[in-house]
Design a protein around this ligand. Structure first.
Ligand code: TTP
Ligand code: MG
Length: 356
């Protein structure tokens, strides 16, 4: 049986801000966008959560719930620096560390013999070392697969640890709302709710064929498995990024093509820079557009050779834009690159390109 640890920092962005500015400690603090515009909450300190403030809520709503909350903008450089420190600590236990975001990661410690091989002791060691090094608290989950370890880290938050042993797995999963399972997002849970499935128990009682009909073979099987506590996904040390992109929500909805195209141009340049910063090239560009009524569409173009410049990619983005419905004003545009090459394919066409 594998030994998997999931570590998740507590109120991450807010805790870093409180650490670095004592005036913010003990106060309801919101890290996010503009409280007077359309900004959203990235995260809230635990003091602010008492007012019902949550990630992804509009800052406007947050301010309504807690008028004396303090709002600050995120400082990603500071969060990245902490993230690097935390990951370095994790790698003292095992090279098999899979970061999921700046503030959480899985570790596979099956073959780590420190602490008599006890994953629980290792997890507590990590929490202590993270605190000693960064001054920040983290919560840990320990179990025998990724899905269970992730559920576990959330149970005794903040600054806690939970170990899920096999004897308790089924009772625990049965009792949880399906939204707690990693991988069941908003649209999947809405579909499941339509079928009257709200809990792990109800999901477990659902036929595999029903789930496959609804979500396709891969996803349907995954949902079926997690309801039974099964998750074979390995902890992947090098998570392979499949796409790189950026997007922007406008202060107000925009109808004029020239202005929207200027925004698309900016996003293309930013996304292309991010691609270059990772020494990657891409064959596919995807334009995402969200309309005033919040409906959303994406359009992609795949190029036989990788894009050679941001401007060349932008020309394709313009073509994609010209294909979309322009009845409604637009509130968001995004540009994403995917289908990566390594950069070698720029100078040396692949066999595929030569033959095709
Ligand atoms: P989380 O781990 O989901 O949240 P958290 O660390 O703030 O709080 P918790 O103690 O419950 O773990 O996300 C980590 C960081 O990612 C969070 O500090 C801010 C950022 N984030 C967003 O920017 N938007 C979001 O919608 C979410 C969920 C997180
Ligand atoms: Mg967190």
């Amino acid at each position: 049986m594998r030994k998997i640890i999931h570590i998740d920092m507590d109120a991450f962005f807010a805790s870093v801000e409180q650490r670095d500015n004592p005036a913010l400690r003990g106060k309801p603090l919101i890290v996010g966008g503009d409280p007077n515009g359309r900004g959203v909450v990235s995260t809230a300190s635990y003091e602010a959560r008492q007012y019902g403030i949550r990630s992804a809520m509009s800052c406007y709503e947050a301010k309504k719930r807690c008028p004396h909350a303090i709002f600050v903008r995120p400082r990603f450089d500071a969060y990245r620096a902490v993230s690097a420190q935390v990951q370095a600590i994790m790698r003292t236990l095992t090279p098999i560390v899979e970061p999921l975001s700046l503030d959480e990661a899985y570790l596979d410690v099956t073959d780590t013999h420190l602490y008599q091989g006890s994953a629980t002791l290792m997890a507590n060691h990590l929490r202590q070392a993270i605190f000693d090094t960064t001054g920040l608290t983290a919560s840990a989950g320990v179990s025998y697969n990724k899905m269970l370890a992730k559920i576990a880290s959330d149970i005794n938050k903040p600054n806690g640890i939970t170990v899920i042993v096999p004897e308790y797995v089924q009772a625990l999963i049965d009792s949880l709302p399906i939204e707690r399972f990693h991988g069941i997002g908003k649209s999947s849970s809405a579909k499941l709710h339509d079928l009257g499935i709200h809990t792990g128990l109800q999901l477990r009682k659902t036929e595999l064929s029903t789930l496959v009909d609804l979500f396709g073979q891969k996803r349907g099987q995954y949902y079926y498995d997690i309801a039974h506590g099964i998750d074979h996904r390995p902890v992947q040390a090098e998570r392979i990024r499949k796409s790189i992109g950026t997007e922007i929500t406008f202060g107000e909805n925009i109808s004029q093509d020239e202005i929207i195209l200027a925004k698309i141009h900016e996003q293309t340049l930013d996304a292309y820079d991010a691609l270059k910063a990772r020494s990657l090239t891409a064959h596919t560009i995807t334009l995402k557009v969200k309309y005033a009524d919040f409906s959303q569409i994406t359009r992609s173009h795949t190029h036989k050779l990788p894009f050679e410049s941001a401007e060349q990619a932008y020309q394709w983005a313009v073509q994609l834009f010209q294909q979309i419905d322009r009845t409604l004003a637009i509130r968001l545009v995004g540009v994403t690159f995917s289908n990566f090459g390594t950069g070698d394919d720029l100078s040396q066409p692949s066999l595929f390109d030569v033959l095709d």
